[in-house]
Write a protein that binds this ligand. Structure first.
Ligand SMILES: [Zn+2]
Length: 315
């Protein structure tokens, strides 16, 4: 209900800035790509190299579920050759944004929109159709799939296929870039697999349900969330219930994103002795997290450090 209202309001606001359709793919300038997040921008740059100019919409330190695109984003998208997003319901704001750009090819099923969820093995896909009337924002399964580095391979190949489809003349360059990216990612994945051996079986709680794919790779368990449902702020009753779970399971680590309040995690930490670990949710989200692989370098090194402190009894 809340999101439906939000979307309707957005359509009304964005309508003021409605942009007329424009010509696409100017020769000699390369492809102009707009992505929803800086993480996807980084992946498109890795594969597209100097044949792409990439801009992103969501400021990296804001909650990607609730972004308000600016008129400048609409203008940029109206002139773009390709619109890349997560698909699913990570960015519900992308529909009014695409509509306001005046470019039907960026709407669902359009030939110049690319959802990166294709080919990804999704987690937590509901067995029955959910409605948004309860405020739920993960109704097609968990949309934070870029946080398993194995999915980086799939996303890079999806981007490669689309770039080749639009500009087949650059295929050799795109292929060389793709291979270079995959080689680096594969060697990093091997190193991270050694890193995460210590995390297997560790139980944590998290603020939002963002970390299932990282847990899938890292082998740790998430026992509960500060949010009662994805996108719904915590209530005192829910926090009490979560406290019970943490005490029962001996949870000593709370994962959170940069953009959530820390009052509730601090309250939980005070009562359980748990540590709070602010994690990198995507590229640009933390100092030093400037490309796809550094998301995992950051998260696994800080996770390991926090576990060492917990096991060493320091806070
Ligand atoms: Zn989410």
């Amino acid at each position: 209900m809340f999101l439906d209202i939000r979307r309707t309001l957005w359509l009304a606001v964005l309508g003021i800035f409605f942009i007329a359709p424009s010509q696409v793919t100017l020769a000699g300038e390369g492809l102009r790509v707009v992505t929803t997040t800086k993480t996807f921008a980084s992946l498109v740059e890795a594969v597209g190299g100097n044949h792409v100019k990439v801009d992103y919409v969501a400021p990296p330190n804001q909650n990607v579920h609730f972004i308000q695109p600016r008129p400048s984003d609409i203008l940029r998208l109206s002139k773009a050759d390709l619109f890349v997003h997560a698909g699913l319901d990570l960015e519900l704001w992308r529909y009014p944004l695409a509509e306001a750009s005046g470019r039907p090819e960026f709407l669902p099923g359009g030939e110049r929109e690319l959802g990166l969820s294709q080919g990804i093995h999704l987690l937590e896909v509901p067995s029955e159709t959910l409605s948004r009337s309860q405020g739920d924002i993960h109704i097609y399964g968990n949309p934070h799939y870029w946080l398993n580095p194995e999915n980086g391979r799939v996303m890079a190949r999806t981007i490669f296929d689309k770039l080749v489809q639009i500009t087949p003349e650059y295929e050799p360059d795109f292929r060389a870039n793709l291979n270079q990216f995959l080689e680096k990612l594969d060697s990093k994945i091997a190193a991270w697999k050694r890193d995460v051996q210590d995390l297997a079986g560790v139980t944590v709680v998290a603020y939002h349900n963002s970390w299932s794919y990282l847990a899938q790779f890292g082998g740790f368990e998430i026992a509960g969330f500060v949010e009662p449902k994805p996108g719904i702020p915590p209530t005192p009753r829910h926090v009490e219930r979560l406290l019970g779970i943490m005490q029962e399971k001996g949870v000593k680590l709370i994962l959170k994103e940069t953009y959530f309040e820390d009052r509730t995690p601090k309250k939980l930490a005070q009562k359980t002795g748990a540590h709070i670990l602010t994690m990198a949710h995507g590229v640009g989200n933390m100092k030093g997290v400037e490309d796809y692989v550094s998301i995992f370098d950051y998260n696994f090194s800080h996770f390991k450090k926090a576990m060492a402190e917990i096991q060493g009894g320091t806070r």
